[in-house]
Design a protein around this ligand. Structure first.
Ligand code: SF4
Length: 426
């Protein structure tokens, strides 16, 4: 294991993204709660089915008016089974926001992709991981699933200028394959714009933890689909994934983050951008370039940005080496490579985002530690709510809170009683 500092890097090393509830690059739009697959890490259950197109348009207008989004993440359920998905994409684009579809890609075809592109699709984020009941791929490990990622990455690359990223929920069962997934993404940096690792979370069930909504104690396991009695399943931290990636790739270093709403030391969103050619990783974008990107995007286009247009990325990014020491380091490596072989100077340089998301945690006092300035807020009954906890509103009328029990361990102590393997053991 690395020393304490590298496991919990100081926050001053990174740029705290300037996103807020009312000025956030992302709006989370759920068009349906029906899905054609089951993922272990899913937060949604089928209750209401497809929304009407009018309801969806109202939500898109809401995001535009109250959230100042740069993109709308069109999610579900599975958005590609929504019968009028092209119209949703079109209406989003007409309203000046980038439509990005978050899908398991089971029903994605070249024809579908062409229609979505025609309607204004800006990007796809494809969810693939080893704990999905995906026909023909069940039982494959995370590294074996790179073949499936390759299939979809090549399909998406046939449509020019469609942002393509992949996300995976991270469990102890696929923890050790993170380096292989990352390596695959880097080898395909010309067609893969981003990779996202999301730590698995569920509501912990134990006889020492009570849950309340208002003044009522409830049995969450009867109501919510994302409960777990295996407490040690839900303690992977973003810093664990950071350490694994850092051990694998020295040039990796995040530049931006979002903290927690209750904790001071969590990296709930931990975002890096690698600078690399198809053959070599030169380094990572530093916090100053991240700050400049957010500030300039806001100055020029009026919104912050989560899905930058990376298609025109070139060596021009090295210009920021004047004030960004991370880029300076990357540029140095690029020059050394060119000195070694002058032909390397013609290599194309790409940017690829590597994001880690650490979903909600329970703090020692029982409060939930959410992502500060949650980017994935969705609209529910005219209000913005964290999409990961939407079903608590839909089934129980509000957030479920942890209640202390006199004479019993605190919920966090209970959680910590589960073993937390070090990355060396995984
Ligand atoms: S708090 Fe927001 S960003 Fe964080 S996991 Fe929940 S929905 Fe996603």
């Amino acid at each position: 294991m690395k020393d304490f500092e590298s496991i919990y890097p100081p926050k001053k090393n990174y740029y705290r993204l300037p996103w807020s509830k009312n000025d956030n690059p992302i709006g989370w739009l759920e068009v349906t709660d029906i899905c054609d697959m089951h993922c272990k890490g899913c937060y949604r259950q089928r209750l209401t089915g497809h929304k009407t197109l009018d309801e969806i348009k109202e939500e898109i207008r809401f995001f535009k008016r109250w959230r100042n989004c740069d993109n709308i993440s069109i999610a579900g359920g599975e958005p590609l089974i929504y019968p009028e998905i092209e119209k949703v994409v079109e209406f989003t684009a007409e309203n000046g926001m980038k439509p990005v579809v978050l899908t398991n890609a089971l029903t994605l075809s070249r024809e579908k992709l062409r229609e979505l592109k025609k309607a204004g699709l800006a990007g796809l984020t494809i969810h693939i991981d080893c704990l999905q009941d995906r026909p023909k791929w069940k039982g494959k490990n995370e590294a074996e699933l790179n073949e499936l990622r390759q299939y979809y990455a090549e399909m998406v690359s046939e449509e020019k200028d469609v942002y393509c990223s992949f996300n995976s929920t991270i469990y102890y069962s696929n923890f050790r394959h993170i380096p292989e997934v990352l390596r695959w993404a880097i080898e395909n940096i010309d067609i893969v714009n981003g990779i996202i690792f999301i730590t698995y979370r569920g509501v912990p069930i134990s006889d020492k933890i009570d849950y309340v909504v208002g003044d009522k104690t409830i049995r969450v396991q009867d109501k919510l689909s994302y409960t777990t009695d295996k407490l040690s399943e839900i303690d992977i931290m973003s810093t664990d994934i950071y350490t694994i990636i850092k051990n694998e790739l020295e040039e990796y270093e995040p530049s931006g983050y979002l903290g927690g709403t209750g904790s001071h030391d969590a990296y709930k969103w931990f975002i890096a951008a690698l600078l690399a050619s198809k053959n070599e990783v030169y380094g990572s974008v530093g916090k100053k370039t991240m700050e400049l990107t957010q500030t300039f995007h806001h100055l020029l286009w009026g919104t912050y940005v989560a899905y930058p247009n990376l298609s025109k990325t070139s060596k021009a990014v090295f210009l920021t080496a004047f004030f960004d020491k991370s880029i300076r380091k990357a540029f140095g490596k690029f020059l050394r490579s060119a000195l070694h072989n002058p032909l390397h100077v013609f290599r194309r340089v790409y940017l690829q985002s590597v994001a880690i998301i650490q979903a909600p945690d329970v703090l020692p006092d029982g409060q939930a530690d959410m992502c500060d300035s949650c980017p994935d807020m969705t609209v529910y009954e005219g209000h913005l709510v964290n999409s990961c906890r939407l079903d608590e509103y839909r089934k129980l009328g509000g957030f479920v809170n942890v209640a202390f029990q006199e004479g019993k361990n605190s919920p966090r102590a209970e959680l910590e009683a589960g073993s937390h393997p070090t990355s060396d053991e995984k």
